[in-house]
Design a protein around this ligand. Structure first.
Ligand code: EPZ
Length: 463
């Protein structure tokens, strides 16, 4: 028996996110086939916010970060920073961060193990304090997620890096205790490695060039934040970034860009429910590959104003998707787009090239009547006339969003479990959808309902 759950929201308070237990496990109950209408506000970008919060460690003064989304991941990064001695004061979507008195350079295992992105503190700690002790983040639901590119780059900048008992020990060699500029070629344009090395290089002696760098908008946002603190960075957003180190950085007041992945998710919410909705603030350029693919499917996206988009639905046609580093099609939109293609006329091939284990939502979409076959990194999606509501289990952040989208389009009721994944990366998704007219609610799960996925009851690693 499922009961109403106002208590759940309270228990998921974002100040100190509770480890997931059966007691606070919740699910989303969705009645499908309800058209959406109106406008939705897009929150600040999770993946910018996490890197920028780590970046405040570079500066010995206090910084103000605006447009910060209210997410479990942000709360976890706040816990990591506060464990390092950083003072944080949050008012709604504004966070004052004072890292003038960071006590030590050791990030606690129990926190880092819950949030991969907290590994990004290694660059700023090493550059500012000359040493860092950060647990290896380990793999997650979507892949092994190694950090060799981060480590190799720091070694090229003169750091002595060794891994002992699962902890990365990094120390700057030499008496000056400063990293040295270096020419670094990345074997893969890793977002995290580019961000770690770019941050470390801001306080290094001399010039650093990062070749084959990641070009994601979140990398550019981090570079702009560092420049606002006085860093000398050129070429962010291209595959070659040049950083000339400076002795110290100063405080700043910075607003984070809108979340292009949340925006992309809402574009698909409109398309999959055949609804015309608008969304802002967004930076349309950040969504070029997503908008282009929606066009191929038969969905028009109109730029109504510099930072406002309107989605105009249409009869859905099949198309092929291949995920790639930016400006290619984002892997963080792959699952949501797959949900859309399950209802598109014809056969689509989706190729996931960025993460080796990011097709786990296929089984859950198939539960809802989708026709998808997986061959290696390819998923062949044969469009079906309709999906039917079913109880499904989210396996990671973007998979959870895809299941919610499929539930909005399905006949009958869908119950999406494993919402701790969703809460990591979507601010108030159900309220935003309810305001667009969707019929859904968060409910508390009874004891047994999580049995079919024991992993869900353990304390999951948040990627
Ligand atoms: C960032 O992860 C994002 N996370 C991910 O978003 C996103 O999917 C990913 O970039 C790609 O766009 C944050 O920004 C917090 P990568 P990151 O290093 O930095 C391999 C979401 O849904 N690799 O670019 O960890 C790696 O295994 C999340 O919001 C190495 O081999 O991604 C992967 O296959 C999920 N060695 C590929 O590169 C390394 O040292 C891309 O990883 C580093 C990475």
């Amino acid at each position: 028996m499922i009961v109403e759950d106002r208590a759940i929201n309270a228990s998921l308070s974002l100040k100190n996110p509770k480890p997931l237990t059966k007691e606070n496990a919740s699910a989303l109950q969705i009645w499908g086939k309800v058209p959406l209408r109106g406008h939705v506000n897009i929150s600040g970008a999770k993946n910018s916010a996490l890197a920028i919060m780590a970046g405040t460690l570079l500066c010995g003064e206090d910084c103000r970060i605006r447009n910060l989304p209210n997410l479990v991941d942000i709360a976890r990064m706040s816990q990591v920073l506060s464990a390092l001695g950083v003072k944080l004061n949050r008012q709604n979507n504004t966070l004052d961060i004072d890292s003038s008195h960071i006590g030590h350079s050791k990030a606690p295992y129990e926190l880092v193990s819950q949030l991969r992105a907290s590994f990004f503190v290694i660059g700023p700690l090493l550059a500012r304090l000359g040493s860092a002790r950060v647990p290896l983040p380990g793999g997650c639901a979507i892949g092994a997620r190694p950090v060799a590119l981060h480590v190799r780059g720091l070694q090229a900048m003169g750091a002595d890096v060794r891994i002992e008992h699962g902890i990365v020990h990094a120390d700057v060699k030499g008496r000056e205790g400063r990293l040295k500029g270096a020419n670094i070629y990345l074997d893969y344009p890793s977002v995290g490695a580019t961000e770690t090395l770019m941050m470390a290089a801001t306080l290094a002696q001399g010039e650093t060039i990062i070749d084959n760098a990641a070009q994601e908008p979140e990398v550019v946002d981090l570079a702009n934040f560092c420049r606002a603190m006085g860093a000398k960075i050129r070429g962010a957003g291209t595959n070659t970034i040049t950083i000339v180190g400076v002795p110290r950085l100063h405080s700043t007041d910075y607003a984070i860009i809108p979340d292009r992945i949340e925006a992309g998710t809402f574009l698909i919410a409109g398309a999959i429910t055949q609804s015309e909705i608008s969304l802002s603030p967004v930076l349309p350029d950040h969504l070029t590959p997503v908008i282009a693919k929606l066009g191929e499917v038969g969905v028009r996206v109109v730029v109504e104003a510099p930072n406002r988009l309107r989605v105009i639905p249409g009869a859905l046609k099949a198309t092929d998707i291949k995920t790639l580093p930016y400006p290619g099609f984002p892997t963080d939109m792959q699952a949501q787009f797959m949900a859309l293609l399950t209802l598109s006329e014809g056969n689509s091939v989706i190729t996931e090239t960025v993460f080796e284990n990011r097709l786990r939502h296929v089984a859950e979409l198939s539960r809802m009547g989708a026709d998808i076959r997986v061959k290696g990194q390819n998923a062949i999606v044969r469009g079906v006339p309709f999906l039917s509501g079913a109880p499904v289990m989210a396996t990671d952040l973007r998979a959870s969003a895809a299941l919610v989208l499929a539930g909005l389009a399905a006949e009958g009721m869908t119950i999406v479990k494993g919402l701790h994944h969703l809460d990591r990366g979507y601010e108030d998704l159900e309220t935003k959808l309810q305001n667009l007219g969707a019929k859904l609610e968060r409910v508390q799960l009874q004891e047994d309902s999580e049995e079919d996925d024991p992993k869900q009851t353990a304390n999951p690693v948040l990627s």
